[in-house]
Design a protein around this ligand. Structure first.
Ligand code: PHE
Length: 353
């Protein structure tokens, strides 16, 4: 009996080595531990074994049963592990392989320059005031003190949207500059308290349009940043101080500024502002055409008629205004030689910023 059990154990263990998947393990279990397996036959025949032998045989039969069960558990765990290892091997990936580069979006160079300008003026206490791109002749010209048929209009040839005949000769056009925003802003703030309009300190950024021959130096569309400060005792000294401070914050402490007398219908007196060339530091270079200076903006004291049109009494209030082109600043900063790059959507240009 004991020898038979030894053989059952050896045969079972040996056969188990040939079971290599779920199905053959199950077959093995039925054959070696199942109800009609030789081992179970031994258990079934125990009652016929003599009283003396029975405990010895029973004990040995139990040992064999436990050994076979343990071997089955071990074998099936080993097979599962091997299957997992095979699956991992099949899905193997090379973590050292460099990834595919992600295409990052980025801000347009004009937007980057605009945001830099906003930041500098924010530090100086200026808020951003947004104004429309589609304007009337009244706002774009008349309220800004351009007399009808004044030759100054020729400087800013316009894209007209209609003739405005049915509205008393007040055509709709694309704004040629951000200055009409001055009127919108003053009227907005004056309406808050018409008897005592509050002081104003704002910048007005946005797209402008002019009907021009497109060239390396001029585009039919461009952004401008207008500045406007109105208050009880705003002086030309405030204008100079504000702009000089802007120049230093934008281009460095040593940048000098220069004001040249000029003319705009909506400012009096008016000045063209030059910054010392921040490329060569005033030495003279191709960017400043060897003059040491760069033309940056138009400026002046808000004309009394314009203050009045905005709802501010010129007897009680004064103000200054300025306007500049961020693309021009970006061109100077990055030595971009052709303004047409800005709006031609060429990735080779845009990806450089
Ligand atoms: N609007 C003027 C232009 O487009 C610039 C300017 C703004 C000048 C404000 C003076 C004051 O050329």
């Amino acid at each position: 009996m004991i020898e038979q059990l030894d053989r059952i154990e050896q045969d079972g263990l040996a056969a188990l080595q040939n079971a290599s998947d779920e199905a053959s393990l199950e077959q093995w279990r039925v054959a070696h531990l199942g109800r009609s397996s030789p081992l179970m036959m031994v258990f079934a025949g125990l009652s016929k074994v003599s009283k003396e032998e029975r405990p010895v045989v029973g004990k040995r039969a139990n040992e064999v049963k436990q050994a076979l069960e343990a071997a089955l558990a071990e074998r099936s765990a080993a097979l599962r592990e091997a299957a997992l290892a095979r699956a991992l091997q099949a899905e193997r990936l090379d973590v050292g392989l460099p990834g595919r580069p992600l295409a990052h979006g980025r801000l347009h160079p004009a937007t980057q320059t605009l945001r830099r300008i906003y930041q500098v003026f924010a530090e100086m206490g200026f808020q951003v005031f947004r104004s429309r791109e589609v304007e009337t002749d009244e706002y774009n010209f008349q309220l800004l003190n351009f007399p009808p048929n004044h030759p100054a209009r020729d400087m800013q040839d316009s894209y007209y949207i209609d003739t405005g005949k049915e509205r008393g000769d007040n055509p709709v056009l694309l704004r040629t500059h951000t200055s009409p925003g001055q009127i919108h802003a003053m009227r907005h703030f004056a309406a808050l308290d018409p008897a005592n309009p509050p002081p104003i300190r704002i910048i007005l950024p946005g797209m402008c349009f002019r009907y021009e021959q497109v060239s390396a130096r001029s585009e039919i569309q461009f952004t401008q940043v207008e500045g406007l400060a109105v208050g009880a005792r705003v002086t030309f000294g405030d204008l100079k101080g504000t702009i000089s401070d802007f120049a230093r914050r934008m281009f460095g402490q040593n940048v000098r500024t220069r004001f040249r007398a000029s003319h705009f219908p909506f400012t009096e007196p008016s000045a063209e502002v030059d910054f010392e060339c921040f490329v060569c530091g005033g030495e003279g270079c191709p960017v400043c055409k060897y003059s040491g200076w760069l033309e940056i903006m138009g400026s002046g004291m808000v004309h009394p008629n314009v203050l009045r049109n905005g709802g501010y009494d010129p007897e009680r209030y004064s103000g200054f205004a300025f306007g500049m082109g961020p693309e021009r600043l970006a061109m100077l900063l990055h030595r971009i030689e052709d303004i047409r790059y800005f709006w031609s959507n060429d990735m080779r240009f845009l990806e450089q910023f």
